[in-house]
Write a new protein. Sequence first.
Length: 213
Amino acid sequence: MATLAGGVLSTAAASSALAQQAVLLYPRSAGTGGPRIVGPGFVRPGMVQPGVVRPGIAGPGVTGQMGYRRLTVVSANTGETFSDVFALGNRPSVIAMARLSRLMRDHHNGATKPIDPALIEILARIQTKVLRPIQILSGYRSPETNYKMYLADPVGVAEHSFHTSGRAVDITVAGASMEVLGKLARQCGAGGVGTYASGFIHIDTGPVREWVG
């Protein structure tokens, strides 16, 4: 016997119910049966393509054959935390991605934008190495916020940042050096990796490049 949502079900019924929930929470792209693709572009072998969560990559807290994968991130600006399943195998959860997009909103004005699932995948891969919560310093930035930041610091802020398209994040991890985090980000398929002496790294799903700030 198995329990689901407060009721007692047979094992077969529970499996069927879980499968139905998976269809709702982790939908496949129409007509293909594959993962939803939300970003274009050619990428080098081994790199995460924007919008594609690669199969076979296990995140923290994988349990059972269905491959539930977990991520723990904390917003350094609001204190909000996400510590939950974000994907089933190679299929990101619509609900989890909405929660993560909310957590990674522009904290200056509350603006939100869907975060690239490939960016979340990179964070999950990094977390399998550091085994600690990841602090989000900056996720999505509205064009207005990014422009103000660019005017204040044209050297340190890109005028057309990947932050404005939900494809970049600035992070730190307690106890981990920026050099180590930068190396892990590259190993985990990040496109752009910026290492900053002030104590954070920038990760994005754009073209492969590196810099020190």
